[in-house]
Design a protein around this ligand. Sequence first.
Ligand code: GLC
Ligand code: CA
Length: 566
Amino acid sequence: MDKKWWMESVGYQIYVKSFKDGNDDGIGDLLGIHDKLSYLSDLGVNLLWIGPFYDSPMDDNGYDVRDFFKVNPTYGTLDDVKRIIRDAHQLGIRVILDFVLNHTSDEHPWFVASRSSVDDPKRHYYIWQKGRMTKDGLIEPTNWASFFGGSCWTRNPGTDDYYMHIFSKKMPDLNWANPLVRKEMAKVGAWWLDLGVDGFRIDAVSHLDRAPFEDIETTSRGPVLDWHRFSNLPAVHPYLKEMNERLFKPYGCLTIGEVGGEASIEEGLKYAAFDAEELSMVFNFDHNWCNNLHESDDPDALITDVHCLRRTFMAWQKAFASDGWLPLNWLNHDQPRLLSHYGSKAYPKRSAKMLATMLHMMRGTPFIYQGEEIGMKNYPFTKADEFRDIASIQQMKTLERDMPDVNQEELVRIVAKTSRDHPRTPMQWSDEPNAGFSSQTPWINVHPDYQSVNVRLEQLDHRSILAYYKQLIDLRLSSRYQDVIKDGEIRFLDLDDPDLMTYLRIGDSITLLVINNMHDIEKPYDLSPYDTLRVVISNHDTPIIKDHVLTLKPFESMVFEVKEHL
Ligand code: GLC
Ligand code: CA
């Protein structure tokens, strides 16, 4: 295996709007990120993924880009970006940016031109189809729904054709079948790489090709979401090979494609196997929804589905063991908070550390989502006007329409289960007003627990979640265990256990036994197959071992250096 720098990295994801407000207008910004570089360096991460900060009308918080080469003035200036790159590099931290290939804003000059006339040279930068004439008038080219609800087609005023958008109607999809689009997008990437960025997290990368435009069979009247119609279709691969050839490979940059929950492992390998010549890694979401939050009536009462987590982590780890490299991430800016999903209300600190251990001891490149390292939780939404995310607002509207008899409170409860606003409440820096995020009222409410959950408190406590993350990062990047943690073989154990996630990491001369109790029970664990040489890290006091049986406390994690008895 060709060793790349990102195989020796620990990443940290920043959602700009919610990280730190540097100029006190209530909105996170680039100055804020710059101010916190020393915090990040102290945490020990050496790779930042910074979300989109490009010029944008902010329909989807910047994933709707109006100008790829300009910085949204609310977030700062290009000089701020340059300063972040320069000073991060000085601290040994690399920087990757979000690169949005699938769509632009409808206010992007390309789209403004494209929609202006069927003869415009930019017409085929986007996907246009004629509507269908029915006895009820003109209807959309297909009955496909977008991810954010409603049809994925919007009619251009004055004509009978429609443009496609798999997200909001302010985010028209680029037409990747057009070689000019591919060329333009490679130019965008090169411009940022020339500025000094180290690579990209590539947004929604699996959607660049579309199935033939035919209706989905259904009995329902409205549009239907079937992501197969625009996910992982064959032409995605030649497009990415071309981008790799033209852009990624010449710069030797890191590329992590978001393939979401739509890509199978086989697909994942097509994108990111070492010999795929497409992307360095892919973010998949298979482990993101194991507890089936969507369906649950009481998210607080969820008991973690260990079988599902083991099955998915094991399958991806196995498939990529010798042929590729994986990012290791729990959740992100589109998902609920980790602690509220897989952690414990009764044992927040211990369960947060257990979840961190489970992930950070695997093979790959860990990514921490801002706030995870201090145990931030889902926001207790009670009113519809607390939502900011376009997807949540859209979902509220759809529910109001479809469930007219259900009261608002209940609808808010449904949307709150999976709202993308949970991970976007302001980062909690201190117990000062607005959690030290800003001196002004933030654009989205601060979580009410900020006085007891914040960076400052965590920094004062050597047994905090934050201190534990630092320890984990240190183990991976600079301890005597670094090789086995980064790239040792992984062998999952206790495959039928409903409570424990256990695995061995096997290196040339060191073997680690990683044991995580994911439930609120005491649990015996038989250590007799091993000589336990020493404790590498643990989220609890001294382990209780008697007659080779370890008694695990609820949510306890233990990592031992061991010798296996042959
Ligand atoms: C990705 C982003 C998400 C965004 C969408 C459209 O899924 O993570 O936040 O809404 O793409 O760009
Ligand atoms: Ca600001």
